[in-house]
Ligand binder design. Structure first.
Ligand code: ZN
Length: 248
């Protein structure tokens, strides 16, 4: 857990995280990322497009934003390991904190750090805390993603679901961020993680009424290597008409 991290571990992890993010491009908020041409959305009624609703911020931080019903954040998900199991830290609401205000799309990531050494709850907890500290050091409110899936297929609560995430540059509005621990340019995701990814994505799609056409990977929304070639290949397959997610 977090208190187990000594200063040297934190520094070393920070350096590794920074290097890995630089190599793999999942650090979506730092400079130097060129954006692809504007994404065209296929909303039937552009005036009712929730992605066009600006997030609302009050002078003291978080206020509930404009809610694009019906896909409002609807509460904790059973079976997800609570945030309190890996950190005591709270989001820093004095930074640029925005309300999620509803979910209209989902984006899948890796954290660009090999996860083959992760074998226990403590390993996963330490990984999440390392990622959180790295994201906090970027000046962000909290860890960027809303959920994380570890190699054993456990789902961990990360940034509170009612706060807008920080995981796709300039495209975080109404975008639920799900990160698989690992670097899938270097190794394959485990079958346990992929089984959980499909079932968890299916659950989120049902809850928030997100069609499969709005389930993305990071590189489909911006110029990045995230989520790595092996997870990208899997996502293409599972969303295909005969794929596991499409049939879930
Ligand atoms: Zn990413």
């Amino acid at each position: 857990m977090s208190q187990d991290l000594n200063r040297r571990d934190i520094l070393r992890t920070g350096i590794l995280l920074g290097t890995a993010a630089w190599l793999s491009g999942c650090q979506s908020h730092s400079g130097g990322v060129t954006e692809l041409p504007g994404k065209q959305w296929d909303w039937e009624d552009p005036l009712n497009d929730p992605l066009k609703s600006p997030p609302v911020k009050s002078s003291n931080g978080y206020t509930p934003g404009p809610v694009p019903t019906p896909n409002t954040p609807i509460g904790p998900v059973p079976g997800v390991i609570a945030r309190s199991q890996w950190t005591n830290a709270k989001p820093i609401m004095t930074r640029d904190a925005y309300a999620m205000g509803g979910v209209a799309r989902i984006t899948v990531h890796h954290d660009a750090i090999p996860s083959t050494g992760i074998r226990s709850m403590n390993d996963s907890a330490r990984r999440l805390e390392s990622v959180r500290r790295s994201h906090i050091s970027n000046g962000w409110v909290d860890i960027g993603y809303h959920y994380s899936i570890d190699p054993m297929g456990r789902v961990w609560e990360a940034r509170p679901y009612n706060l807008q995430g920080a995981h796709v540059k300039n495209q975080n509005e109404h975008n639920l961020g799900i990160m698989l621990m690992g670097n899938f340019n270097e190794h394959a995701p485990t079958s346990d993680a992929l089984n959980t990814l499909d079932s968890f994505l299916a659950e989120m799609m049902r809850r928030y009424r997100v069609p499969i056409g709005r389930v993305y990977t990071h590189q489909e929304l911006g110029q990045t290597a995230c989520p790595g070639v092996r997870l990208q290949r899997y996502m293409v397959a599972t969303r295909a008409p005969s794929g596991r997610l499409a049939r879930a």
